[in-house]
Design a protein around this ligand. Structure first.
Ligand SMILES: NC(=O)C1=CN([C@@H]2O[C@H](COP(=O)(O)OP(=O)(O)OC[C@H]3O[C@@H](n4cnc5c(N)ncnc54)[C@H](O)[C@@H]3O)[C@@H](O)[C@H]2O)C=CC1
Ligand SMILES: CC/C=C\C[C@H](O)/C=C/C=C\C=C\C=C\C(=O)[C@@H](O)C/C=C\CCC(=O)O
Length: 261
């Protein structure tokens, strides 16, 4: 499905899962703001994408999503460059059990901020034209490990916040579809950090248990995660979805029991 005329903003877009979905969005003729902390990586990625898709379709904006003012400026910069905003993917994430406050800031607080900024630019409550938001969680929210307790907490939080905002979007008639995406293990540099004591702190001693899980459940490619994101963007029947992507079941959805008294 063509996304011609649509404008997307992807945080953490210069590497890994984010880069894969930036590629898919460009292949579908969307304009893309690739937002990332890593200037060198971002500029290299933009050069490659310009060579493949032509100049003017992708912009790189250096931004630490943990800096709320910078993130606000990044959203405005995107709208100034491309005229409007239709798709926001809050993808940037880290795992750091030593600096666990930073992990909360990047993985949860910034996802909340990114969601609210997306609504400022897309919600009908603000006179805008609607859109789609995808917040990236993890299968860590369904299968915790002793290896990354705070990372796990942030990913649980992303699901809870996203599901509540999806309900708010319905009751408030925002015209914005909001989903959570929960990949299992994916072959990216983040997954390699499982070996790093600098990242994992005292929990690095549990890394063998984590690696056994990786062996047992398998490791996905970023392209499949991008495929799941494109389905959330293009299937307008979906709202408030919690998409799971695993080696055993592929792209599927978590189902919740209806709330009852
Ligand atoms: N790799 C995996 O096994 C899984 C990853 N995820 C989630 O997917 C998302 C993307 O992860 P990966 O692609 O694996 O990671 P990655 O480390 O390969 O790429 C993340 C990108 O985000 C950028 N980034 C990090 N902190 C940032 C910040 N404060 N501001 C702006 N950009 C920042 C990095 O520079 C990098 O380019 C994360 O939210 C992660 O938790 C979820 C499940 C599995
Ligand atoms: C340094 C590591 C960084 C990121 C890793 C990632 O975010 C963490 C993933 C944690 C757990 C992954 C679990 C994978 C599970 C599966 O693949 C499933 O097939 C297992 C079966 C059922 C899951 C339970 C359910 O679906 O509710």
């Amino acid at each position: 499905m063509s996304l011609n005329g649509k404008v997307a903003l992807v945080t953490g877009g210069a590497q890994g899962i984010g880069r894969a979905v930036v590629q898919s969005l460009l292949q579908s003729s969307a304009k893309v703001a690739m937002v990332d902390l890593n200037k060198d990586l971002g500029e290299e990625c933009k050069a490659q994408l310009d060579a493949e898709f032509g100049e003017g379709n992708c912009t790189f904006i250096e931004c630490d999503v943990a800096n709320g003012d910078a993130l606000r400026d990044t959203f405005q910069n995107t709208v100034d460059q491309f005229g409007h905003l239709d798709i926001v993917i809050n993808n940037a994430g880290i795992t750091n059990e030593k600096d666990w406050e930073k992990t909360i800031q990047v993985n949860l607080t910034s996802v909340i901020k990114g969601t609210y900024l997306a609504l400022e630019h897309m919600s009908k409550e603000n006179g805008k034209q609607g859109g789609t938001i995808i917040n990236v969680s993890s299968m860590a929210a369904f299968m915790h490990s002793p290896h990354q307790p705070v990372y796990t907490a942030t990913k649980h939080g992303v699901i809870g916040f996203t599901r509540a905002m999806a309900d708010a979007a319905i009751q408030g008639d925002y015209g914005v579809r909001i989903h959570a995406l929960c990949p299992a293990f994916v072959d990216t540099p983040l997954l390699q950090s499982v070996e790093d004591e600098d990242n994992m702190g005292k929990f690095v001693k549990f890394k063998d248990d984590f690696k056994r899980s990786m062996s047992k459940f398998g490791v996905l490619q970023p392209s499949l995660i991008a495929e799941g994101m494109m389905r959330l963007i293009t299937d307008t029947s979906l709202h408030g979805a919690v998409m799971k992507i695993t080696c055993s079941k592929g792209i599927h959805f978590h189902t919740y029991e209806p709330m009852s008294a």
